[in-house]
Design a protein around this ligand. Structure first.
Ligand code: ASP
Ligand code: CP
Length: 302
């Protein structure tokens, strides 16, 4: 039995056994979501705070639905319109919400380490919903859960990650998750979109799309994260698309295509891939609710 989770700040802190436990819980919650009521009274009486200091569509709604499907109450905090605008600090904000009775908080912030900081200072479980360019652990869990459901397992599969790896917290969470589940990772991007230190980690790095995708069971395409680019790391968006945009002719019939969203159609993905049989992008979103139910239950249930 895996040791009980206290927080989910990053994949770095999850043992292989804990990951398998989360997948198994997600399987059970996925079944709950297929039932007419789609609910289970596992966290009745618990209150979960969603603290989003950076924009989100999927992750925020997915955590809210996951909490509600488990019978918990949810309170949502947005930076805009809050007393942060009057100079209140992050920690004071969190402590005030805690004083109203939060049992756990889910946090997204543009600053690396925010979830870790809150986990250190708050006596409740903290879940990282994305901290800057660092980690997005539930995204890596739901991506791999999607592959696990599709292929029946993960060990020995090859996943090629293509795109803006430099600014992506999804990529780092995958890099940390892969060895714990036996997944093989390949990276593909222009040299300026690969973190320099990653060249020494032993993962195959490609600068051309075709060989990077050849023979891989799955492809995870990442968005160009313009909001995190202070100096443009590529000379021309058009040339990026010419050499790195994933188009139907790059994909092999049995491959699975993933993207965490939001998608810049026409930049990292050609709109025609919507018709490719291996597209699992909306399945990722569906599975995200079950995976987040699993995470909330692992932290607060029982
Ligand atoms: N939504 C994901 C994230 O917040 C990926 C992205 O924004 O491109 O990291
Ligand atoms: N995949 C993801 O994190 O999407 P959002 O940024 O919309 O939450």
């Amino acid at each position: 039995m895996a040791e009980r989770l206290r927080h989910l700040v990053g994949i770095r802190d999850l043992e292989a056994e804990a990951i398998q436990h989360l997948y198994a819980l997600a399987d059970q919650f996925y079944e709950v979501l297929q039932q007419p009521t789609r609910k289970v009274a596992a966290l009745v009486g618990r209150t979960i705070g969603l603290l989003f200091f950076e924009s989100s569509s999927r992750t925020r709604i997915s955590f809210e639905l996951a909490a509600k499907r488990l019978g918990a109450d949810v309170v949502s905090f947005s930076a805009a319109g809050s007393s942060l605008e009057k100079g209140e600090s992050l920690l004071d904000t969190a402590k005030n919400l805690l004083a109203m009775g939060l049992d756990a908080c889910v946090v997204r912030h543009s600053v690396v380490g925010t979830a870790h900081f809150l986990a250190h200072h708050l006596p409740i479980p903290v879940i990282n919903a994305g901290d800057g360019t660092h980690e997005h652990p539930t995204q890596a869990l739901l991506d791999t859960y999607t592959l696990r459901r599709h292929f029946g397992g993960l060990a020995g599969l090859t996943l090629t990650i293509v795109g803006d790896i430099l600014h992506s917290r999804v990529a780092l969470s995958h890099l940390l998750l892969a060895p714990k589940v036996g997944l093989r990772i390949r990276l593909c991007a222009p040299p300026s979109l690969i973190p320099p230190l990653w060249y020494g980690l032993g993962y195959p790095i490609y600068h051309r799309l075709a060989p990077a995708l050849r023979g891989a069971e799955a492809v995870l395409v990442l968005r160009l994260q313009r909001e995190r680019m202070k100096v443009a790391p590529i000379a021309s968006w058009q040339e990026y698309s010419r050499f790195y945009q994933v188009r139907p002719e790059h994909l092999q019939p049995n491959q699975v295509l993933l993207h965490p969203g939001p998608i810049n159609w026409g930049v990292e993905l050609h709109p025609a891939v919507k018709d490719f049989s291996g597209v699992q992008i909306l399945s990722q979103v569906t599975h995200g609710v079950a995976v987040r139910m699993a995470v909330l239950y692992a932290l607060l249930g029982g």
